[in-house]
Design a protein around this ligand. Structure first.
Ligand code: ZN
Length: 279
């Protein structure tokens, strides 16, 4: 039998972690747990996740109707319910606004893969759901295509959502994702992002089974493993990073559209200076 009070305590603990990690400012974010087929615990609206009490946690049915709790349930619970409806193995959902992962969607940058082993093993694909005004069913529908193909997704210009069989798992996927995006941001700032070759990533995906982690959907669908291979190429190109081969889709020495513009700007500036000096 489920211990409802213990589950509520666990939701509060996850809330505190989200708050201390800086993944939720003010009243941002929401957490839920599917207790039974038609019973879901969720966090209330307008309450900081950093100071939640078990008594604050609401209970809703699978239509989102509140059936218990002294505070009003979060308006974003429909997003959580959509995930539970589409994937019955999911028991917990965490939605927050982690700055590094969210920044990638704000910058219009898909999160690249084939860079860190842990991310390949624990997260797998990291899709970005299209933007929609938060709250209503239209917003919840943006996650539908990814519920059975990933365990975490970025919500365009909004935040992230992750799901799992336990609250700890659902929280971890968000934590791993944001730590990853932080490393990508730092590496990008240093000038270049190097990759793991696609055959080596396939080795990691095979390891998943040994760890008892479900098959990677990319393997089942024979989908592209390495996403956004342009990210962090800079001027160096794959020849310079030694990571061409299967992972590299940009031909040696090629520059990205953005860096091509930079080259043109630089050439123009040098030309202007020479012309200026000659005058
Ligand atoms: Zn949100």
């Amino acid at each position: 039998m489920v211990n409802e009070f213990k589950l509520k305590q666990e939701i509060c603990e996850v809330g505190q972690k989200l708050y201390l990690k800086g993944f939720v400012a003010a009243n941002d974010g929401n957490i839920s747990f599917r207790m039974a087929e038609n019973l879901v615990l969720c966090t209330p609206t307008l309450t900081s996740k950093g100071s939640l009490k078990p008594d604050d946690i609401c209970t809703v049915d699978m239509t989102g109707k509140q059936i218990a709790g002294r505070k009003k349930r979060t308006s974003e619970v429909l997003l959580h319910l959509e995930i539970y409806k589409r994937n019955p193995s999911v028991k917990a959902v965490v939605h927050s606004h982690p700055p590094y992962a969210t920044a990638f969607s704000v910058a219009g940058e898909q999160i690249p893969t084939c860079i860190l082993p842990e991310v390949e093993v624990f997260l797998g694909p990291i899709p970005t759901a299209r933007y929609e005004t938060p709250g209503a069913q239209g917003f919840a529908d943006t996650i539908t295509p990814f519920v059975n193909k990933a365990k975490v997704a970025v919500l365009k210009n909004h935040g992230t959502v992750s799901w799992g069989e336990t609250l700890t798992q659902a929280y971890w996927w968000t934590e791993i994702l944001d730590a990853y995006c932080r490393i990508l941001t730092i590496a990008h700032g240093l000038g270049r992002v190097e990759r793991i070759s696609e055959p080596k990533v396939r080795e990691l995906i095979d390891l998943k089974e040994r760890f008892g982690i479900k098959d990677d959907p990319r393997k089942l669908e024979n989908a592209d493993l390495c996403v956004n291979t342009e990210f962090g190429r800079g001027f160096a190109g794959p020849a310079a990073c030694g990571c061409g081969g299967a992972a590299g889709r940009v031909e040696g020495g090629a520059v990205t559209a953005a860096s091509q513009q930079d080259v043109e700007r630089l050439v123009q500036e040098i030309t202007d200076r020479i012309v200026g000096a000659m005058k």
